[in-house]
Design a protein around this ligand. Structure first.
Ligand code: NAD
Length: 437
């Protein structure tokens, strides 16, 4: 099938590449000329495990191409996916200017039946707005479908190729048929295509992300309580998670969630609630807890240095908001950097993928090094902000010999508390016993 994907960021590039991989001919459209030039030239623009190989193969087979020209992009497409940004607007609600802007353009370009699929995360009622924006300029037949995307950055290709489920909000039978056809190859093992109305599909995405964010903030509060009560959150987590009704995933405490989705989606759902005069009590608390949690290690760091971090050299492992991505949007590491710099500390950072993005955003207010150990040279303490696998079993001998002091503030609970005690580290983690006090 011929497909157009409008917006070639994380979601658009992954979706477009994966649709091409199952034999479709996909044209990705983006307004960013530089991005389109690089992609056309075979240069991948995001880091995502497994993506580059599929991207290059489909580019070579000419099933995947890129353009800045919307008219050319949609000319032969039966289905047009919108994978456009929906950043928070001034009041926290999702800003629909990209979606509705493109919808309006599409209205001027359509000449026959097409299905326009909203893949971006959008508030309830957006499908109706997209329909109206198209209908202003086009009186022919078309359908608008809500098909929220659930891929996780860092595992996006796997998630897209083998989704737990595909949610399709479509009331038109013709559109449902086309959506079944295009998603068939991805659900051969029996995972469901769940059909529903457009509004329910739109809300499903926000409900799912908000629930996951709630699980994280809940565990972060349990971890705080563990610190007060002398319990160990690892034990509590295991005890809780073995209950099927709770599940083992998303129970890991840390220094908060970040990324381009959870923060903005929770905020947007709260905003949608306000608009219908409903106060979503739980989600307001989830956001508050998360903001506090990003700086949860700061009091411990300040206490260790007797409230004087001036000139202290802090090694920082991890900048991305989570492992296996170069995405730093709302990353807890950035909040830590800000707080540490305000206290006068010097920061030497390492991240396997995210350093170019941080350099772009912060410039050289911190130092960047080429590997995790280089950051430790003469460091007064190590702070861990992202749970990259390579940080999990470091060479503690090197930590010992390179750091000025054996001090670790671990925002992701990577190390075993007992082991750190045996190795004689001063070790602070989240919701577990302090070692070396
Ligand atoms: N990133 C994720 O993990 C993820 C997961 C699920 C859902 N989502 C949702 O998907 C949507 C897209 O997210 P993303 O992370 O891919 O965003 P992104 O910022 O990475 O990519 C958006 C792309 O759209 C392009 N664009 C902007 N205006 C355009 C226009 N008028 N015409 C053509 N292209 C245009 C931008 O240049 C950019 O390349 C958002 O609603 C997001 O909430 C994201």
């Amino acid at each position: 099938m011929k497909i157009a994907v409008i917006g070639t960021g994380y979601v658009g590039l992954v979706s477009g590449t994966c649709f091409a991989e199952t034999g479709n001919t996909v044209i990705c459209v983006d307004i960013d000329k530089e991005k389109v030039k690089r992609l056309t030239g075979g240069e991948i623009t995001i880091y995502e495990p497994g993506l580059e190989k599929l991207f290059l193969r489909n580019l070579k087979e000419k099933r995947l191409s890129f353009t800045t020209d919307l008219t050319e992009g949609i000319k032969d497409a039966k289905i047009i996916f919108l994978a456009l940004p929906t950043p928070p607007g001034e009041n926290g609600s999702a800003d629909l200017k990209y979606i509705l802007g493109v919808a309006s353009e599409l209205g001027k370009l359509l000449t026959g039946y097409k299905v326009i699929v909203d893949k971006s995360t959008v508030p309830v009622g957006t499908a109706d707005k997209v329909k109206a924006a198209i209908a202003e300029n086009y009186k022919g037949d078309f359908d608008v479908v809500s098909n929220p995307e659930f891929l996780r950055e860092g595992a996006a290709v796997d998630d897209f190729m083998k989704p737990d489920r595909v949610v399709i909000g479509a009331t038109s039978e013709r559109a449902r048929q086309l959506m079944s056809e295009i998603y068939g190859p991805f659900v051969r093992q029996g995972n469901p295509l769940i059909f529903m109305d457009e509004r329910s599909a739109e809300l499903t995405k926000y409900a799912a992300n908000s629930f996951l964010a709630t699980k994280i903030s809940f565990m972060n509060e349990i971890a705080r309580l563990c610190e007060y009560l002398g319990a160990d959150v690892d034990m509590v987590r295991r005890g809780m998670g073995s209950d099927d009704r709770i599940g083992r995933r998303f129970l890991f405490p840390g220094i908060g969630y970040g990324g381009s989705c959870f923060p903005k989606d929770v905020q947007a759902l709260v905003r949608s609630s306000v608009e219908v005069d409903y106060k979503f009590e739980i989600l307001n608390a989830v956001m508050r807890v998360n903001e506090e949690q990003k700086l949860h290690l700061m009091p411990a760091i300040k206490k260790y240095f007797n409230n004087n971090l001036k000139g202290k050299r802090i090694a920082l492992w991890g900048l991305a908001f989570k492992p296996n991505t170069d995405d730093i949007r709302e990353a807890p590491a950035l909040s830590m950097i800000d707080a540490l710099l305000k206290e006068g500390a010097q920061i030497v950072a390492f991240d396997p993928e995210a350093m170019p993005n941080v350099k772009k955003q912060l410039g050289h207010v911190i130092e960047y090094v080429d590997n995790q150990y280089e950051a430790l040279n003469d460091a007064d303490a190590l702070v861990i902000a992202t749970e990259w696998s390579e940080f999990r079993t470091p060479d503690f001998e090197k930590l010992n010999s390179m750091m000025k002091k054996k001090v670790v503030f671990d925002g992701r609970n990577l190390f075993d508390v007992q082991k750190m005690k045996e190795l004689d580290f001063y070790y602070v983690s989240i919701g577990r016993k302090l070692v070396g006090s």
